[in-house]
Design a protein around this ligand. Structure first.
Ligand SMILES: [Cu+2]
Length: 358
């Protein structure tokens, strides 16, 4: 329904068209039109081409609908010692409308579960590789200070290991499978976010979300990703996504009230493409990126328009939406916006559908 509303009155379909209407300007318009989604391919009922870039993998209209990932950030875990059981599974996942891949996961989801602790806490993860799996796997918590050849070792199907560490530094950290080739294991879904707050905790805000950007290099339907594509020196992902699934928050906008403070924990899991995290129509008044804090109310009132995150970098950004309406979430590397790296914050009622041309 959201999409029907969103595209109502538009002559064509496609994310690229949406962009061309939002971003008036010849440079942006040219970029958007060059995106594969702007092709003359027939659109589906929703009005957007679900296969913008996956030219070499045939769309499967019978693929199950994707499972919408709740973007709400979890509360910080209570207590100081956290026992976490993490099962690494291998199974099918719809990563974009019409595209199903055989993914490897932490906790049956891509990205893996968002964990949230504070400095000083002990995290004791019991990592399990079920007998039914086909591959060895492992885990590497960037929030930890441990030896690579101990806790990060690979375990075979049927084995488990305990990975224990004390969180000593605050930040938005990546965790991922490091089993060789790590590129394959990350690109096939084995990554997630762990938030470590300062000992005293983050100041409370009205709303908190967690968004993980990552790439899909599609393999054939229901098979693992294409490691040859993923290995290219200049990688061309079929999809760049937030929280595992292409355009899921374009289809299902994230509702927020007008004027309240929204905090987003952002991680770029890569494996290979940089992110320029941007929310159209707002300015980040607070950014904590890799330990560096842009503080609201600073002398000069400096603000931030986009946060650059290389693979395995994270940030906490805060913003407010001053007007009722829609605020697109993108990486401002616009070649990827037509490939699934787009969502929407819907502030208040969401305003009126955008009218007219440009
Ligand atoms: Cu793995």
């Amino acid at each position: 329904m959201q999409r029907a509303f969103w595209y109502m009155g538009l002559a064509g379909g496609g994310t690229a068209l949406f962009l061309s209407l939002v971003f008036v300007g010849s440079i942006l318009l040219t970029g958007a039109q060059a995106a594969p989604a702007a092709s003359a391919a027939p659109t589906d009922h929703s009005g957007h081409d679900p296969a913008p870039a996956a030219a070499l993998v045939e769309v499967n209209p019978e693929a199950p609908a994707y499972v919408l990932r709740d973007p709400t950030a979890p509360e910080r875990a209570t207590g100081e010692v956290h026992e976490i059981e993490l099962v690494m599974s291998e199974g099918l996942m719809t990563v974009a409308e019409g595209y199903e891949q055989l993914v490897w996961t932490f906790g049956d989801q891509v990205p893996g579960p968002v964990m949230r602790v504070k400095v000083g806490d002990t995290i004791r993860v019991t990592l399990k590789n079920p007998e039914t799996n086909t591959m060895a796997h492992s885990i590497d918590f960037h929030a930890s200070l441990v030896a690579w050849n101990d806790e990060m070792r690979s375990i075979n199907p049927g084995e488990e290991l305990t990975y224990e560490f004390v969180a000593k530094y605050a930040g938005v950290f990546m965790y991922h499978c490091g089993t060789a080739p790590a590129l394959m294991h990350i690109a096939n879904g084995m990554y997630g976010m762990i938030i470590v707050e300062p000992t005293e905790g983050l100041p409370p805000v009205d709303h908190e979300f967690a968004l993980v950007q990552s790439e899909w290099y599609l393999g054939p339907q229901q098979q693992t990703i294409d490691i040859t594509k993923a290995s290219a020196a200049a990688p061309e992902p079929d999809f760049v996504v937030f929280n595992g699934v292409a355009s899921q928050y374009l289809d299902n906008p994230i509702a927020v009230p007008v004027g309240e403070t929204v905090r987003v924990f952002v991680l770029n899991a890569g494996p290979s493409v940089d992110s320029s995290f941007h929310v159209v129509g707002t300015i980040f008044h607070s950014v904590i990126k890799e330990g560096v804090h842009l503080v609201e109310g600073n002398t000069g009132n400096w603000g931030s328009q986009a946060v650059d995150l290389s693979p395995a970098q994270g940030a906490i950004v805060e913003m407010r939406f001053d007007e009722d309406g829609l605020y697109p979430i993108v990486t401002h590397a616009f070649n990827f916006v037509g490939r699934g790296a787009i969502g929407l914050f819907k502030a208040g009622s969401g305003g009126e559908p955008m009218q007219g041309g440009h």
